[in-house]
Design a protein around this ligand. Structure first.
Ligand SMILES: [Zn+2]
Length: 468
């Protein structure tokens, strides 16, 4: 009888929902087998040298555009999940703005069945309205029967306040979360970027911050009146975050998402009419980015979603006013955020409200190569990229954010000191519209385990035939 292969991750800094500690981790038969600082070596062990690296729970993306069905020119289930794996994601949550839209139990089941054999878990939302047309509600009861936990018309906001009210009421009864892409379409026309001095100077249409904030305010009030839960996707302005913070303080059941690109880039990147930076909601001004970080530190946001939006080249290589909205996000999300943190700490204008128990574990480390303040921010970001999105989309027991004996081995090894240039050749997505192309980012996911299976080794995908 062959002995189960054991993988030992040695010498790393482990972080999970309880905090940081220097420990070795062994994986066998799909679970974390043991945690210790002193393993007895075994000749059959696979050993990973994790010195100066960080071992953490694998990521969960609550906002991925996989483009299936209908958009396979931009992305396929295979290419999208490869990009996810390289970014450290063990699970992705696909948005329903496909062609046709995911608005019925049959279409949901078809996608889930097509994705069932993939090494990265794929779940999906359904649309709020039929054909995502904003006119008639989707069949929520039937959708719930096939496991739908979240509905959204993402790609656009649900404009009709009466329909939104009904959706909140029905979904509340069924235990479904309504997620809104908050944007009042009547407040702009042919907008391509943030409305402000720069859009005026460039002579292109602007999307005002108020287009988002007015719908956030409306839906908070609708959720309050219905006693229902509301989730806001990809909030981009400081004022939106303030509205959410206030609603939370008043006891409204509201949660919110923020994206890596809104945290790390400003509208200034559009100064050269580069359509790679055209995204919806648009990249905003510096004051908004600072406000998003302030509220991330305060805990106003619940999850970080990539809004990974692949497009074929011909849709992006067009004049700014005609190019498609959206940018790739899965593969470089943690590196983009980790690259930004030193500047957030250096600016010193915002602080992170780390739980005392977690802060104590950072103080105990005395790490000589990592800044304690950066580790505090990293823990906050990890919570929003791992166990909190898992809870939102209804992933089960394997995604609770613990690395301890018996927990499912959904975890990754992150090299915080790596500096890697993002090149065309390194992009795993079928599309190429990465906003990070040509930039050198700090940090890299070097290993990923999903249910104990090693999908990424030394920063590269392991091909299917070589999985153990
Ligand atoms: Zn959206």
């Amino acid at each position: 009888m062959s002995k189960a292969v054991r993988t030992v991750i040695r010498g790393g800094l482990v972080v999970d929902r309880r905090g940081y500690r220097a420990e070795d981790v062994s994986i066998a038969a799909g679970v974390v087998a043991a945690i210790t600082s002193d393993f007895e070596p075994d000749a059959s062990d696979i050993e990973i040298d994790a010195r100066h690296k960080i071992v953490m729970p694998a990521f969960v993306d609550p906002h991925t555009h996989l483009r299936v069905p209908g958009g396979e020119e931009a992305e396929t289930l295979a290419s999208g999940t490869r990009a996810a794996a390289l970014g450290g994601y063990a699970a992705v949550f696909a948005m329903p703005n496909t062609e046709p839209a995911l608005d019925s139990p049959v279409r949901i089941s078809q996608l889930l069945n097509a994705a069932a054999a993939l090494p990265v878990r794929v779940l999906c939302a359904a649309s709020i309205t039929r054909d995502r047309a904003g006119v008639e509600l989707a069949p929520f009861y039937g959708l719930r029967q096939v496991g739908v936990r979240v509905v959204t018309d993402d790609g656009s906001g649900l404009q009709d306040a009466h329909l939104m009210r009904r959706a909140l009421e029905y979904c509340s009864e069924l235990g479904i979360v309504v997620a809104q892409h908050a944007e009042v379409e009547a407040l702009f026309r042919k907008g391509v970027m943030n409305e402000g001095q720069l859009s005026a100077r460039l002579g292109v249409g602007g999307i005002p911050a108020s287009a988002e904030e007015v719908m956030v305010a409306r839906d908070i009030e609708l959720a309050r009146a219905a006693g229902a839960r509301i989730h806001f996707l990809h909030l981009s302005t400081a004022r939106s975050a303030e509205l959410v913070a206030r609603a939370k303080a008043e006891g409204v059941a509201v949660s919110a998402e923020v994206t890596p690109h809104h945290l790390t880039m400003t509208e200034d990147l559009l100064g050269g009419y580069d359509s790679r930076f055209k995204v919806n909601p648009p990249l905003r001004a510096r004051v908004d980015v600072d406000g998003l970080w302030e509220h991330l530190g305060l805990g106003t946001f619940d999850v970080i979603g990539t809004d990974h939006a692949p497009h074929p080249m011909w849709k992006k290589n067009a004049p700014l006013d005609q190019a498609a909205f959206g940018m790739l996000g899965l593969q470089h999300s943690i590196a983009a955020l980790w690259s930004e943190i030193p500047q957030v700490v250096a600016r010193g204008r915002v602080a992170v409200a780390t739980p005392d128990a977690v802060r104590a574990t950072i103080n105990d480390l005395g790490s000589d190569y990592l800044d304690p303040e950066e580790l505090a921010w990293l823990w906050q970001i990890l919570s929003m990229m791992s166990w909190k999105p898992a809870e939102l989309i209804g992933l089960g027991s394997g995604f609770v954010g613990d690395i301890m004996p018996g927990s499912t081995a959904n975890l990754l090894v992150f090299d915080p000191l790596a500096n890697r240039e993002v090149t065309l050749g390194s992009i795993a997505s079928k599309a190429r519209n990465s906003p990070y192309l040509g930039r050198t980012l700090r940090g890299q996911v070097v290993d990923l385990f999903v249910e104990g299976r090693r999908l990424v080794a030394d920063g590269s995908l392991i091909e299917e035939g070589n999985w153990i």
